[in-house]
Design a binder for this molecule. Structure first.
Ligand SMILES: Nc1ncnc2c1ncn2[C@@H]1O[C@H](COP(=O)(O)OP(=O)(O)O)[C@@H](O)[C@H]1O
Ligand SMILES: [Mg+2]
Length: 246
């Protein structure tokens, strides 16, 4: 569904992405892990179209999208959430979801005038709110939601376009243990027709969600494999779990 082929990206003299390739089949759940500054967000920006690679390419459903901007990739079924909060603070949960749904349907221009009259919109908003466990806070402005709930709403906005591929950049960053558990359950429960690539520093979350893990190290793929393979890898154990070489 999503493929990266030999992506390379530098900022000035700093080589941040070094020949990264990955393959995310339809419905798969893969994770990208690695220390701060290893190039995880840059990789997401390359995949989503916010950055252009210096070399290499991106394929979405077997189509070369390397030269397409992020909005065109979104229309082809690629959605992402951001590492930082990205909401309209004064808009209610209901209106935020309604706006995202009307934009996803290409009807954003009519939103402010008469969105209440768009056929099926109210039901779609409520279905999305149920999936995100936001039914209780539909009338609340985003800025008055707890932090974890704001991140749930963000996930809802990303899901509004019925994506085929979802990129999640540190969805549990800054969350309490309960919020992390709730978000993990939400992500794990998403329909299997959505392929998910998640950047996450919490290894418990990674092991719960991901079938395959890509470990980045200074912009390079250090190892890629199943959770068991990654756990068993001596180089990962030494670098990330502080074990000494045998
Ligand atoms: N727009 C940019 N301009 C210059 N340097 C950048 C830019 N974006 C990221 N970097 C640098 O690239 C490296 C990788 O950053 P990033 O992809 O955000 O890593 P991660 O998400 O793994 O923490 C860091 O050293 C960061 O400072
Ligand atoms: Mg990052």
């Amino acid at each position: 569904m999503l493929e990266a082929r030999g992506l390379v990206k530098s900022f000035g003299a700093l080589e941040v992405t070094r020949e990264v390739s990955l393959h995310l089949p339809a419905g798969a759940r893969h994770a990208v892990v690695g220390p701060n500054g290893s190039g995880k967000t840059t990789l997401f920006n390359l995949l989503a179209g916010e950055l252009r690679p210096d070399a290499g390419g991106v394929l979405l459903a077997e189509r070369d999208v390397t030269r397409l901007p992020s909005d065109a990739r979104a229309r082809l079924g690629l959605a992402r959430s951001f590492q930082r909060n990205n909401l309209f603070p004064d808009l209610s949960v209901r209106d935020s979801l309604a706006l995202a749904l009307t934009i996803a349907r290409g009807q954003g221009a009519v939103f402010w005038r008469r969105f209440a009259r768009l056929p099926g919109l109210a039901g779609a908003v409520e279905a999305l709110a149920r999936r995100l466990r936001l039914e209780e806070v539909l009338e609340r402005p985003a800025r008055r939601l707890a932090y974890g709930t704001q991140r749930q709403l963000e996930l809802g906005l990303a899901l509004a376009g019925a994506p085929k591929v979802l990129l999640l950049d540190e969805p549990t960053a800054g969350m309490s243990a309960e919020e992390t558990a709730a978000m993990t359950a939400l992500i794990a429960g998403l329909p299997r027709d959505i392929a998910i690539l998640i950047v996450e520093h919490d290894m418990e979350v990674v092991f719960e969600i991901a079938e395959r893990i890509i470990v980045l190290d200074y912009g390079r793929v250090l190892i890629e494999g199943t959770p068991a393979e990654v756990r068993a890898s001596s180089v990962v154990r030494q670098r990330y779990f502080g074990e000494r070489a045998p």
